[in-house]
Ligand binder design. Sequence first.
Ligand SMILES: [Zn+2]
Length: 196
Amino acid sequence: MGRIIFLALEEVMGRNGVNAVLNLARLQKYIGNYPPNNFAQEFPFTEVGQLLQALDEMYGPRGGRGLALRAGRACLKLGIQDFGPMLGIADLTFRLLPLGMKLKVGFEVLAQMFNKFTDHLIRLGEDEQYYYWVMERCGACWGRKSDSPCCHLAVGILEEALYWVSGGENFYVEEVSCIATGEKNCTILISKQPLD
Ligand SMILES: [Zn+2]
């Protein structure tokens, strides 16, 4: 999973851009030396937080947010290549489910992946209008302090997952609480209905 973050960042900002961010984040040890392609959890949350903090410092909060969102979307695409075949979510039977059911199954599978292969602790909720993606433990803002929610990488991952699961629809996705601003958890709201 850590390796996927590096590869995704490289897609959106090029290798030189990634190297510059790694320098700023004092994570030079990863330059030209990304975590290996395995399931080991060797890329700690403190370093994920450092990396994303450096992204914001280098490009400003707006620029950093844009890059993190795009990197999140790229993470999901790379993740589907790596994990998709063992999840069965590319199967025709899944494709044929009604949208609401597909979203529910999609969130469950994604949350399980995060809970199993990373130190994230994610639970799901919903009301009439929204799905809730609640991160009790969140890598994106680990060790960070921020005035506003800053887990843009996670938002990007969810946006791309929704796009992929729904076959090209866009949804309202917003982080409404964040541990980095002093809240108890990071909560991302997702509208149940696609935007027009
Ligand atoms: Zn967070």
